[in-house]
Design a protein around this ligand. Sequence first.
Ligand code: KIV
Ligand code: ZN
Length: 516
Amino acid sequence: MSNDRLIIFDTTLRDGEQSPGASMTQDEKVRIAKMLEQLQVDVIEAGFPVASSGDFAAVKAIAETITDSTVCGLCRALEKDIESAAMALKPARSSRIHTFIATSPIHMKEKLRMSPDQVLDQAIYAVKKARQYTDNIEFSAEDAGRSDLDFLCRIVEAAIDAGATTINIPDTVGYNIPHQFGELIKQLLHRIPNADKAIFSVHCHNDLGLAVGNSLSAVLNGARQVECTINGLGERAGNASLEEVVMAVRTRRDVFSCDTRINSEFLVPSSALVSSVTGFPIQPNKAIVGANAFAHESGIHQDGVLKARETYEIMRAQDVGWTDNKIVMGKHSGRAALKDQLEKLGIHFDSSEALNAAFKRFKVLADKKHEIFQEDLLVIANESSACSEIEDCYQLLSSEVCSRTGETPLAKVTLKINNQELSAESTGGGPVDAVFKAIASIVPLETNLELYSVNNITSGTDSQGEVSVRLEKDGQVITGHGADTDIVLASAQAYLDALNKFGLNLNREHPQHSGV
Ligand code: KIV
Ligand code: ZN
């Protein structure tokens, strides 16, 4: 690999999924993986196969589907983890096994309860074990950002000798400062005698808001892989945001002597898809993909941009996938036009059933909302793919809400549960509350509502409201989604979507909680 190429390793489906409440179903993961492939991400970390049967199946499904990116599975430095990852990745055209062990004094002593020499031996064992299955091996020294430099040099050298081809240096707890983290990478490349036999990678967390800064500083000092996530999703405060890393490197080619192969026009659709699947809205002022990232409010700025765009814009909105909010479809548009528009957004349906489901939704929406924008199509595609996955146990047959000034709102809902029609009425603090209470009185699942959020997809009062509902039951957290121009209906759909997902058992082990 030439030195002017920066490898983009996306971990939205693994570290991103470790964000509390961001659990994804297998179909959602495959859909995101396909979008990442269109984005031309080099490596997709698809999950942690040993964590659960669901994680294993999702990694396998992604390995079966993706052909243009390398598919990677995470494992601790344990035989059972490595064997599970190797099995899940078997169908992949190109695969990578990623094994890790903690190297900082606090992690070795308190978490692993192992001596540095034991950790070193375990790392060598894991890399050699993984080499039995593939020659594309990544080794990560967890909490490298707080590790002793001499020990880090020793373990990295040994991992390369054992067969690791990528060495990842994580700032696991987001503790580093850019100049210091850049210096760490420089030192490692300088001091480790076989450093030229591997690609050096970084994986930065955002606890101090420095994940992108630290990653870029590492790149300036020789790192040639960055691990990142769409929208900066990830454990705690998240990981480095893929869109920011990619556009910083591309926009400042005068500073960085490398570039990625990312197809940047898919950045905004990827961000919208991940936001919609996880129910984590994108803050309006988020760089690159926030709604205001290219909006000019002040008169002076607007005047400048009209005279010469470059006065206040350092990137072109179209280059990162923003459209000019144009109406793309209407009531009379046909199935072929829908397929064509979705393909422009990077969405390809494998089956005609999924396309038919999307077309049906489109027609329903077009009857309520005459102008259909690209944002609406993304939601339609998302909802249509999602409903093909879950055999709904709880289906909404009808809902009726009465909300009058000065009176307590009253809702009546009728659900179909296992071929039985059940109705209930309830009052509530507002129409949504009344509907939720009516549903809860019929569905025999005790859950706690952790989050309810509504996001309007386009501007205008006829916009679709995209609702996310996060529910907790026995420690398992699940997010459901619904979208409609009627936000009470969208809310009921989102609530039922989450309830239906509890049947999918998305529970799994956390890679960093139980050590070697
Ligand atoms: O943050 C971290 O250290 C990780 C490793 C497993 C790479 O996510
Ligand atoms: Zn991480």
